[in-house]
Design a protein around this ligand. Structure first.
Ligand code: FE
Ligand code: ZN
Length: 505
């Protein structure tokens, strides 16, 4: 029994609830060490491995309603810090170092539900919103509106979709008829645990779906432009320490920022660069996947950050650098990821023009007396590979080759990692930190090693590229890098250039 308790705790600490049946299946020799080696083998990164190890069926389902949040623990998690020089961190994650318990998961989803409800409640289609337990009081054949979390989705023999929707009062079965093509296609792209509004016809204890309302961005935002001409540059996934790091290309980039590389026009631009964002995976890290040691040319995490700082120190001090962690950095892997750990990355902390932020975070740049500045949502992107596979329309359109479609999808769902278990996360009882409550001007990710841009309702979505060639680990994960590119945005016109710093071969 003791051993079982220990296992439950072990999984819980990693953000998973396990059922008694699942516990029975865990081999006797399963130990904490094995767990960490599994993690290193990338069970978190590999959808098949995570599916087989932590089959959703084995996760205990807890109704959303049973636990009240412990109010005294809920001080606001968002903190506002001004670093001056045109960079303001609007929202950063603050971990309260509390042990996670069963109730935390309930509250986590409850918080998600409440945050997204605030967005959906204003939608005209959902004006007559009722809670799910009140459906049985409604007449058969009446059109009603409910909202909730998608907790299951299956296809019936007839081809119709059967979905379970859950709110804090109960759950209801939804039926989406295959012949209603438009709604059917919307429903096919629904993912588990996302929160949506549903309009449908009440019949017995099911609801026949007529409309699906996602908490999408309303498209009447005017694109924001800076009064003065200056530039922001976005890069990601440098992976300092990896043999495949493209040092020459990166030096070209540094030379460009110093006005010593490129043609006259490019040099003029570099003069006006004020901000540089790095969307995670600053270093390659150690022990990330089996056999990684063979891929490293710096096999010491401290030295990797020393080297990173040495190169970043060549960037002119007038350029403000904003960096979040990625899954390769020496930071807790579960999302939300806190800021960098000074014990490992002190040399980076010592750089005067660097602001280290959490993953994700919301940063305001270039605000002045007469200009509100631009809000940048920075997220490394751990959920992207899973959604490339899981969302049918994205998979058909090219999957992992099209991270920008996932970015659009995340904005529509107002959540950075909607499905529980797709990226390792730590539930926070106070707030679902991955909800996109504020619409940003720029949404920036990395992780896929592709240079992609998309304008979605005037939010500039940028998946920034990498500075490495393909390793066998990337090959295994289906990642084909498009390295040595910087996304250069003119903040006055909002034009984007993708600049390549590849050495001619
Ligand atoms: Fe990476
Ligand atoms: Zn990554």
């Amino acid at each position: 029994m003791d051993r079982k308790n220990e296992l439950v705790k072990l999984f819980l600490e990693r953000g998973y609830l396990v059922s008694p049946e699942f516990l029975d299946e865990i081999p006797d020799d399963f130990s904490q060490e094995l767990f960490s080696s599994l993690e290193k083998k990338g069970f978190v990164l590999d959808p098949n491995a995570i599916k087989s190890l932590l089959n959703r069926e084995n996760l205990i389902k807890i109704p959303l309603k049973i636990v009240e949040p412990e109010k005294n623990l809920c001080e606001p998690a968002s903190n506002i810090k001004s670093f001056g020089g045109g960079v303001i961190v609007l929202k950063g994650y603050k971990d309260k170092f509390k042990k996670r318990e069963v109730g935390d998961f309930v509250n986590y989803f409850r918080n998600r539900f409440d945050s997204i409800k605030k967005i959906l409640i204003n939608r005209p289609e959902l004006q007559n919103l009722i809670s799910i337990n009140r459906l049985k009081l409604q007449q058969d054949g009446k059109e009603v509106a409910v909202m909730g979390l998608i907790s299951s989705k299956t296809e019936a023999k007839t081809g119709s979709l059967i979905i379970t929707l859950e709110d804090v009062t109960g759950e209801v079965k939804l039926i989406v008829n295959k012949n209603k093509e438009q709604i059917y296609n919307l429903a096919k792209d629904l993912v588990l645990d996302e929160v949506v509004g549903i309009v449908g016809i009440n019949k017995g204890d099911v609801l026949f779906v007529n409309n699906i309302i996602s908490p999408d961005i309303i498209s009447n935002y005017e694109i924001k432009k800076s009064p003065d001409e200056c530039y922001s540059v976005f890069i990601s996934d440098i992976h300092f320490g990896l043999k495949n790091f493209l040092e020459k290309d990166f030096n070209n980039f540094l030379d460009w920022l110093n006005g010593k590389y490129g043609n006259e026009e490019q040099k003029k631009i570099s003069d006006k660069v004020k901000y540089l964002f790095i969307a995670g995976d600053l270093v390659e890290g150690i022990g990330i996947y089996p056999g990684q040691d063979k891929d490293l040319n710096i096999d010491d995490i401290y030295k990797q950050y020393e080297y990173a700082a040495e190169l970043l120190s060549k960037i002119p001090e007038r350029i403000k650098i904003i960096i979040c962690a990625g899954n390769h950095d020496a930071v807790r892997m579960s999302e939300p990821q806190p800021g960098f750990d000074i014990r490992f990355s002190k040399p980076i902390f010592n750089l005067k023009n660097v602001t280290l932020v959490t993953n994700p975070s919301l940063i305001n740049i270039h605000a002045s007396k007469d200009f509100p500045g631009f809000n940048v949502l920075l997220y490394h992107g751990s959920s992207i590979p899973y959604l490339c596979e899981d969302v049918e329309s994205i998979r058909i359109a090219g999957g992992i080759e099209k991270p920008e479609l996932v970015m659009k999808f995340l904005l529509q769902k107002r959540h950075l990692a909607p499905t529980y278990g797709y990226s390792l996360f730590i539930p926070d009882i106070c707030e679902d930190f991955l909800v996109i409550d504020k619409v940003p001007d720029f949404f920036v990710t990395g992780h896929i090693h592709k240079a992609k841009v998309l304008n979605y309702k005037n939010v500039t979505c940028i998946n920034a590229s990498c500075w490495v060639t393909q390793t066998r680990d990337m090959e295994r994960r289906g990642i084909f890098p498009e390295p040595s590119r910087a996304m250069v945005v003119n903040l006055k016109t909002r034009d984007i250039k993708i600049m390549s710093f590849e050495n001619e071969k």
